[in-house]
Design a protein around this ligand. Structure first.
Ligand code: NAP
Length: 309
């Protein structure tokens, strides 16, 4: 049996839960399908200090529990462990196949986020949240006055390394080649920053530490020699992967795979919107995901009302 809704949201992170809240308050019957549990990327962040309204900071989990509770208070249905396998369109309606059934809706918001690429080296998972980070903007302040390593040589790695250099004592940039992929302007800034040191031709092989990160073992790709760099934090910036596989045929993406929308969060497919980290945009933060969620919901509400005449 196909469950029937007016709106369906894929992903219960900040963007999806905000969109759900707005749609329920607008009287639109909405379901949110969440692959795991509500909360999205902020669940990986111990303390959030840059989301307004919480002067003492708040844990990612508590903040997202509040998002979910607020949306549920307006009757939002959040289906946990419900993974989208595919999206199709029949007679103007969206049919979404899930691992636990099928749902139909007049409109769809894709808020499925993106995943930092994991290197898969020993210690990366074991020390997650205890010195391993994928977000300098979120976690940089926790390493004030300490030494950290940033892995990667792209724009994200160098931009975030520069921002960390304003806070920490020293940033080791660990890059597998002898030249950076990052833009010239970022490279110039980085090379002129006295708090940054480059470990060229260096392949990270293990993060070490008992309770917290204590060091990073790197291997010289030319000599094969291994060396332990003493650091309290390791930031991974080896690329991101937006979660769009299930919706590919209905949207246009930029060369890195992010969904292209207009300023109403609309994709090229009528009735299909994208919000949050999955969308092509200049800044991926909880605050911008919330903004996207609100914009996408209001756009979808208008689309549904116009469809119904
Ligand atoms: P990226 O450009 O794909 O760079 C990833 C970096 O990680 C590269 O230096 C790569 O090394 C390294 N890497 C990949 N796999 C690795 C592995 N297995 N082991 C060690 N190192 C590995 O990713 P990004 O920096 O996140 O940027 C993504 C896109 O967003 C890019 O198009 C970028 O231009 C854009 N972006 C733009 C801005 C900006 O304009 N301000 C800011 C951030 C991102 P190699 O270089 O050897 O391949």
């Amino acid at each position: 049996m196909i469950e029937d809704y007016e709106a369906l949201i894929i992903g219960a992170g900040p963007a999806g839960l905000t969109a759900g809240l707005y749609l329920m308050r607008a009287g639109i019957r909405t379901l949110v399908c969440e692959k795991v549990l509500p909360g999205g990327a902020p669940l990986n962040t111990g303390r959030i200090e840059n989301y307004p309204g919480f002067p003492e900071g708040i844990s990612g989990r508590e903040l997202m529990d509040r998002f979910a509770a607020q949306a549920r208070a307006f009757g939002l249905a959040i289906r946990e462990f419900s993974e989208v396998k595919g999206v199709s369109r029949t007679e103007g309606r969206f049919i979404v196949s899930l691992n636990d059934g099928e749902a139909a809706a007049d409109g769809l918001i894709v808020a499925s986020g993106s995943e930092p690429v994991k290197l898969g080296i020993p210690g990366e998972i074991e020390l997650a949240g205890r010195g391993i980070s994928y977000c300098a903007t979120c976690d940089g302040m926790f390493f004030k006055g300490l030494d950290v390593a940033v892995i990667g040589g792209g724009d994200s790695a160098i931009e975030e390394a520069l921002s960390l250099a304003n806070i920490v004592k020293k940033v080791y940039v660990v890059h597998r080649r002898d030249s950076l992929r990052a833009q010239k302007i970022l490279k110039e800034r980085a090379f002129n920053n006295p708090r940054m040191e480059f470990l060229w031709n260096s392949r990270p092989v293990e993060v070490v530490g008992t309770r917290e990160v204590e060091g990073l073992i790197v291997e010289d790709t030319v000599t094969g020699k291994r060396n332990t760099v003493a650091v309290s934090g390791v930031f991974f910036y080896v690329g991101y992967e937006p979660n769009t596989a299930f919706v590919g045929e209905y949207v246009d993406c930029d060369p890195t795979g992010y969904i292209i929308t207009d300023d109403r969060c609309a994709t090229r497919e009528p009735g299909l919107y994208a919000a949050g980290d999955v969308r092509k945009k200049p800044l991926r933060q909880i605050s911008t995901a919330v903004g996207d969620g609100a914009v996408a919901a209001v756009s979808l509400e208008r689309y549904i009302l116009e469809r119904k005449g």
